[in-house]
Design a protein around this ligand. Sequence first.
Ligand SMILES: [Zn+2]
Length: 471
Amino acid sequence: MSKTKLHLWSIVIVFIILILCVFTMTTLPELWFKNHLNENWNISEKTKSKKQQNRLCLIIALDGVPYEIIKELYAEGYFKGFYPPGRLVSTFPSLTRPAFSKMLIGGKPFGFGRLHFNSQLNRMEGFRLSQKLFSTKKEHKDYNPKLHFLGFPGYIAYVFPDKFTQTALSTFHKRLLAFTGDTFIAYIGLSDPIAHVEGKEALIEFLKKISIMLDTIRNDLGILLDVVLFSDHANNLITNQRVKLGSVLEKHGYNDVEMLVKAKDFVLPRNGFVSFASLYTNSNNAQPIAEILSTIQGIDLAIFKSGDSIMVRGPNGFARISKKNKRYRYTPIDGDPLKLKNIIDDLKHSGEIDNQGFIQDNIWWEATKNHVYPDPLRRIWESMNDLVQHPGTILVSFMNGYAFGPPIFSQTILGSRAGTHGALLGAHSNGVYMTDFMKVAAFNRPDTLVEILAKSKDAKRKGKKLFPFMQ
Ligand SMILES: [Zn+2]
């Protein structure tokens, strides 16, 4: 064979390989997702008798959608028929597992993310990304949402978020039309990868599709539809720089390990690329490590337990949080890391502080719900005490524009990403809450969702209307 012919053949082969690659990257994930959507479809729902209901309550849980975006779309005329949206302040950390557990599912997940450290068994637990890359189930041993629709194509969605939109939305539409019960709870996870990977414009386009789909569903169903729409947390929708934690601590003589043996060992699970990290170590290391963390660019707060109190260390100072019954006290030791001094002065003037310095939980809520750190004392207290089974020794909240995760996010392609969440900040925490049958408050705590679902169940049990306050 001549040299030119050989050259021609190699070009053809390279071309064929390229076409195959493009096909694999673009078409296969969607084909695979179409085939696997049925895994999440409850069999009993498929075979239920076709009893015709005249009213359906649809609860849509949208992962990672900020209040601000829905507010903008609402002002433009989307989400017609809804009352104006309110903020739903997430848990701290503003991450899916603790937030959904608090808002909808109940129970305590093992940890804040897919990986956590079990100090009793002295080992890292959870699952590796590769294990769940193609799993369409959002069910784990500790976290088992009984949802009618998931539409979450596994972690592969974080590689090709757009690929799955049409398949997910049309399947959701079909299933809702076929549904014969009276409360349909839908978890739509795709909004989170879209916000993380593609950013604001893509998220807006996705939400417009949801709004249009809701209009169509109202027409197609031909029965009364009551819709509750909420999200578990926000997303800052800006590019974020990866902060190096492990290597900085190693420079200070600490050891980044998977099992605690020596006095200066620490375990640092690398979950997704989020503005939160949880570090596990001997409690004696908590304060010295928090001191080091507070000097790292991008770290906003390092939080750890000390006796009955929780300490907060950041570049702006050091403070103690205490709790007595349903009252919280914030004691600045140096500076004002949570920026609460002015609020405390105001509350002092209005006589809300008791002689030990404690202030009632609901007074704190009213005074801080619109703060740069919304509802900080209760959220920080819960994060350490009753949100998950293995919270960690030091919880780290990042400044806006900074995040932590596996080292792969230091690369230029993945590193900048389009947005993240996890921090205590309002920009990461303020999700949305709206309904089309009742006005909602401008600011809401996660309990709001639990209460509304309890009311609905109670009404159902008594044979009353699903929501007694419905029009
Ligand atoms: Zn989420």
